[in-house]
Ligand binder design. Structure first.
Ligand code: ZN
Length: 141
Protein backbone atom coordinates (compact mmCIF):
# COMPACT_ATOMS: atom_id res chain seq x y z
CA UNK A 1 0.00 0.00 0.00
CA UNK A 2 1.31 3.39 -0.90
CA UNK A 3 -0.30 6.76 -0.53
CA UNK A 4 0.77 8.93 -3.39
CA UNK A 5 2.02 12.29 -2.22
CA UNK A 6 2.52 14.45 -5.26
CA UNK A 7 2.67 18.18 -5.67
CA UNK A 8 2.72 20.71 -8.44
CA UNK A 9 5.29 23.48 -8.51
CA UNK A 10 5.47 26.93 -10.02
CA UNK A 11 8.39 28.25 -12.07
CA UNK A 12 10.36 28.98 -8.90
CA UNK A 13 9.81 25.50 -7.45
CA UNK A 14 7.19 26.72 -4.97
CA UNK A 15 4.47 24.13 -4.21
CA UNK A 16 1.05 25.27 -5.44
CA UNK A 17 -1.65 24.98 -2.74
CA UNK A 18 -5.37 25.74 -2.37
CA UNK A 19 -5.90 29.44 -1.66
CA UNK A 20 -3.11 30.52 -3.98
CA UNK A 21 -3.49 33.14 -6.67
CA UNK A 22 -1.59 32.20 -9.81
CA UNK A 23 -0.18 34.39 -12.56
CA UNK A 24 -0.18 32.36 -15.75
CA UNK A 25 1.54 33.27 -18.98
CA UNK A 26 -1.05 33.55 -21.76
CA UNK A 27 0.64 34.76 -24.94
CA UNK A 28 2.96 37.29 -26.51
CA UNK A 29 0.97 40.08 -28.14
CA UNK A 30 1.75 40.76 -31.79
CA UNK A 31 1.91 44.46 -31.06
CA UNK A 32 5.07 45.46 -29.14
CA UNK A 33 5.73 41.85 -28.15
CA UNK A 34 4.09 42.37 -24.77
CA UNK A 35 3.67 39.34 -22.54
CA UNK A 36 0.04 38.85 -21.54
CA UNK A 37 -0.92 37.04 -18.36
CA UNK A 38 -4.08 35.63 -16.79
CA UNK A 39 -4.83 35.18 -13.12
CA UNK A 40 -6.26 31.98 -11.64
CA UNK A 41 -7.28 30.88 -8.16
CA UNK A 42 -6.63 27.45 -6.64
CA UNK A 43 -9.83 26.12 -5.05
CA UNK A 44 -9.02 22.64 -3.77
CA UNK A 45 -7.12 19.39 -3.99
CA UNK A 46 -9.43 16.63 -5.21
CA UNK A 47 -8.44 13.09 -4.35
CA UNK A 48 -9.12 10.30 -6.83
CA UNK A 49 -8.10 7.43 -4.56
CA UNK A 50 -4.73 6.40 -3.31
CA UNK A 51 -3.55 4.83 -6.57
CA UNK A 52 -3.92 8.00 -8.63
CA UNK A 53 -2.36 11.45 -8.34
CA UNK A 54 -4.78 14.03 -6.96
CA UNK A 55 -6.15 16.90 -9.01
CA UNK A 56 -5.73 20.57 -8.32
CA UNK A 57 -9.03 22.35 -8.98
CA UNK A 58 -8.43 25.83 -10.33
CA UNK A 59 -10.88 28.69 -10.96
CA UNK A 60 -10.67 30.77 -14.12
CA UNK A 61 -11.95 33.70 -12.05
CA UNK A 62 -14.70 34.41 -14.53
CA UNK A 63 -18.37 35.19 -13.95
CA UNK A 64 -19.45 31.71 -14.97
CA UNK A 65 -17.36 30.16 -12.17
CA UNK A 66 -15.60 27.89 -14.64
CA UNK A 67 -12.85 25.63 -13.38
CA UNK A 68 -10.19 23.33 -14.74
CA UNK A 69 -7.90 20.69 -13.31
CA UNK A 70 -4.19 20.01 -13.23
CA UNK A 71 -2.91 16.55 -12.40
CA UNK A 72 -0.63 16.74 -9.36
CA UNK A 73 2.21 14.66 -10.75
CA UNK A 74 5.23 16.59 -9.49
CA UNK A 75 5.58 18.73 -12.61
CA UNK A 76 7.09 22.19 -12.59
CA UNK A 77 4.67 24.47 -14.43
CA UNK A 78 7.04 26.86 -16.15
CA UNK A 79 4.29 29.28 -17.16
CA UNK A 80 2.80 29.44 -13.64
CA UNK A 81 3.85 31.73 -10.81
CA UNK A 82 2.31 31.90 -7.33
CA UNK A 83 1.77 35.59 -6.53
CA UNK A 84 -0.28 35.29 -3.32
CA UNK A 85 -0.90 32.48 -0.88
CA UNK A 86 -0.76 31.80 2.83
CA UNK A 87 -1.31 28.03 3.04
CA UNK A 88 1.20 25.48 4.24
CA UNK A 89 3.24 27.84 6.39
CA UNK A 90 3.20 29.37 9.85
CA UNK A 91 1.12 32.49 10.60
CA UNK A 92 2.92 35.54 9.30
CA UNK A 93 4.65 33.60 6.54
CA UNK A 94 3.55 33.19 2.95
CA UNK A 95 4.14 31.12 -0.19
CA UNK A 96 7.75 32.31 -0.44
CA UNK A 97 8.52 30.46 2.80
CA UNK A 98 7.35 27.05 1.55
CA UNK A 99 9.86 24.30 1.03
CA UNK A 100 10.78 24.52 -2.62
CA UNK A 101 11.52 21.88 -5.18
CA UNK A 102 14.80 22.21 -6.97
CA UNK A 103 13.92 23.49 -10.41
CA UNK A 104 16.14 22.02 -13.03
CA UNK A 105 15.64 24.14 -16.11
CA UNK A 106 14.56 21.85 -18.91
CA UNK A 107 15.99 23.71 -21.84
CA UNK A 108 13.96 21.62 -24.25
CA UNK A 109 10.69 22.99 -22.90
CA UNK A 110 9.81 26.52 -23.94
CA UNK A 111 9.07 28.53 -20.76
CA UNK A 112 6.61 30.69 -22.69
CA UNK A 113 4.40 28.16 -24.47
CA UNK A 114 5.49 24.86 -22.81
CA UNK A 115 6.13 23.33 -26.21
CA UNK A 116 8.63 20.52 -26.01
CA UNK A 117 8.53 19.63 -29.68
CA UNK A 118 9.56 22.85 -31.36
CA UNK A 119 12.52 23.97 -29.28
CA UNK A 120 15.91 23.45 -30.82
CA UNK A 121 19.15 25.23 -31.59
CA UNK A 122 18.70 27.37 -34.67
CA UNK A 123 21.36 26.30 -37.13
CA UNK A 124 21.85 29.82 -38.49
CA UNK A 125 22.11 31.70 -35.20
CA UNK A 126 23.37 28.81 -33.04
CA UNK A 127 20.92 29.88 -30.30
CA UNK A 128 18.29 27.81 -28.49
CA UNK A 129 15.01 28.96 -30.03
CA UNK A 130 11.31 28.19 -29.77
CA UNK A 131 9.99 27.83 -33.31
CA UNK A 132 6.36 27.42 -32.36
CA UNK A 133 3.83 29.71 -34.05
CA UNK A 134 3.04 32.31 -31.40
CA UNK A 135 6.54 32.32 -30.01
CA UNK A 136 7.85 33.29 -33.45
CA UNK A 137 11.44 32.17 -33.14
CA UNK A 138 11.90 33.51 -29.63
CA UNK A 139 15.48 33.05 -28.47
CA UNK A 140 15.44 31.34 -25.08
CA UNK A 141 18.95 32.01 -23.82
ZN1 ZN B 1 7.51 28.78 -27.20
Amino acid sequence: MSVLQYNLYDKHGIPILPGDTLKVFHYVAALRREHRYMYKYVLAVESRGEDKPSLLKISHLNLRNQTYWQIMDNRVLYTYEVVQGFGGVKPGEDYRDRKRAKVIPDIKVCPLCESNTQVWVNQLTNKLTCHRYGCNNKVLE
